[in-house]
Design a protein around this ligand. Structure first.
Ligand code: PHE
Ligand code: NA
Length: 458
């Protein structure tokens, strides 16, 4: 970025940052995961704890990542090391990035399977299978069961998602995709609002609001706090170097705080709206809030099958869910690809194909455990079967650990001075921010960990 850039092109690259970061952040985490983990963890109290995690941990860590990217102005793996060198600190800090690469791989391996469900539901919507249910919950439950119970179907749809991603990443059609995000994200948002209004008007609105916004802490277990914290990282795409990568393009003069808050706010609003679209249907049709990973796909289609133009709206909706998932998948691919290109000297195309193949193989673990194969569904304290365990370990352990290191790195290791303040471009609240990053964020992560393993006395 040259110093003579006009105001309008700076504005557009600030917008480009917000679009790319929102494209990565808004995805299955909001539409699929947040509603079902909220249901499993008792509703309102979970939502409240989650909002605190976004505010006191998620946003501060996102700002720290964007700052590392802006200072380092290079790829995520190098950015942390480069910033460390400039401040005369050990470049071992760049290993934090390695943990991120591994977590990215593991997340992708189950994320692509769920994205495959969304593809399947485009087909079910367009072929009339959803409208044929005529509001009968049993038919919709059966449809979902027939998808998840079939290893062949799961492999087919997962392969489509991985294939499209590898194609996009290796053919450099990302530019076109970025233009698509510009229109798809607002379109998804408008459609989500329509579905939410319909579902609140025709379903159990009162029950949904009661469930989501009246905190009952007796329903929130110790591990529920950890799930809320882990989800704040997962949903904001933190700890994997993604915000570091995008931060490298942040123009001078842009407030790191403002842009991060915009992204986090957009992400949170989508998640809450998804909840308000799903829960009125859930309560009106006697579906259990704790139904698990199938919740989105077992509930909304009932509403679609009742709605005027339901088949059409359902098709559009799942196309957009697929798009939202795809943009997140593409961002997740970046760190593993960069690893093979920068550390192993591969070309971008072969690195992309290799990552695609590895993730496809790894996805079989989740596919078999979701389909109920006995070898893939053993019980452990962290969850039952590969899918649960991969989800739990990545979101609730790996991401918060990386985030803790990032907070310590920027909060304690880097010299915070006038220049840092200038780089953050914050007119107000900079010292409060640094205080939060130094004390509150690390303390919150540590307390939630200790709490979850039962070390704390309460
Ligand atoms: N934030 C994405 C979502 O909510 C998922 C994601 C996690 C993407 C981690 C990138 C990195 O769907
Ligand atoms: Na998200």
């Amino acid at each position: 970025m040259s110093t003579t850039t006009s105001v309008s092109s700076r504005w557009s690259s600030k917008l480009a940052f917000i679009l790319a970061a929102t494209g990565s952040a808004v995805g299955l985490g909001n539409l699929w995961k947040f509603p079902y983990i909220m249901g499993q963890n008792g509703g309102g109290a979970f939502v409240l704890v989650y909002l605190f995690c976004v505010l006191l941990v998620g946003i501060p860590v996102m700002m720290a990542e964007v700052y590392i990217g802006k200072e380092g102005r290079s790829s995520p793996a190098h950015a942390m090391g480069k910033v460390a060198r400039e401040h005369n600190i050990s470049s071992n800090w760049s290993y934090n990035g390695a943990l991120g690469v591994l977590a990215g791989f593991l997340i992708l391996s189950f994320y692509v399977v769920i994205a495959g469900w969304a593809v399947a539901y485009i087909y079910y919507s367009a072929s009339g299978a959803i409208t044929a249910a005529n509001g009968q919950s049993a038919v919709i439950q059966h449809l979902f069961g027939s998808l998840v119970g079939s290893v062949d179907k799961l492999i087919l749809f997962t392969t489509i998602i991985i294939g499209v991603s590898v194609y996009v990443l290796s053919h450099g059609v990302k530019q076109g995709l970025e233009i698509a995000i510009r229109y798809m994200m607002p379109a998804l948002f408008i459609l989500l609002v329509i579905v939410m209004l319909y579902s609140c008007a025709t379903g159990d609105f009162h029950g949904a609001v009661q469930f989501m916004f009246y905190p009952d802490f007796s329903k929130l277990s110790f591990s529920g706090f950890l799930v809320a914290l882990g989800h704040a990282f997962f949903t904001l795409s933190l700890s994997l170097g993604i915000m570091i990568m995008y931060g490298a393009y942040l123009p001078e003069g842009t407030s790191i705080a403002k842009t991060s808050i915009i992204v986090a706010l957009a992400d949170t609003v989508v998640a809450l709206f998804a909840g308000l679209a799903i829960y009125p249907v859930v309560f009106a049709h006697g579906i259990a809030p704790g139904a698990g990973p199938g919740l989105l796909f077992k509930s909304l289609p009932i509403a679609f099958s009742n709605m005027p133009l339901g088949g059409f709206i359902a098709t559009l909706f799942f196309v957009m869910v697929t798009f939202a998932a795809l943009t997140s998948v593409l961002s997740l691919f970046e760190a593993p690809i960069a690893y093979f290109v920068e550390r192993r000297g591969m070309t971008r195309i072969s690195a992309t194909i290799l990552c695609g193949v590895l993730i496809w193989l790894l996805s079989l673990l989740s596919i078999f455990s979701l389909a109920g194969a006995s070898w893939a569904t053993f019980k452990t304290p962290l969850g039952n079967g590969f899918f649960d365990i991969l989800d739990y370990v990545t979101a609730n352990i790996m991401l918060p650990v990386c985030g803790l290191f990032t907070a310590i790195f920027v909060g304690w290791k880097l010299k915070v001075n006038k220049r840092t303040a200038k780089s953050f471009e914050m007119k107000v609240g900079f010292s409060q921010y640094i205080f939060c990053l130094r004390y509150i964020t690390p303390a919150a992560i540590t307390l939630v960990f200790l709490n979850a393993i039962g070390v704390l006395p309460w």
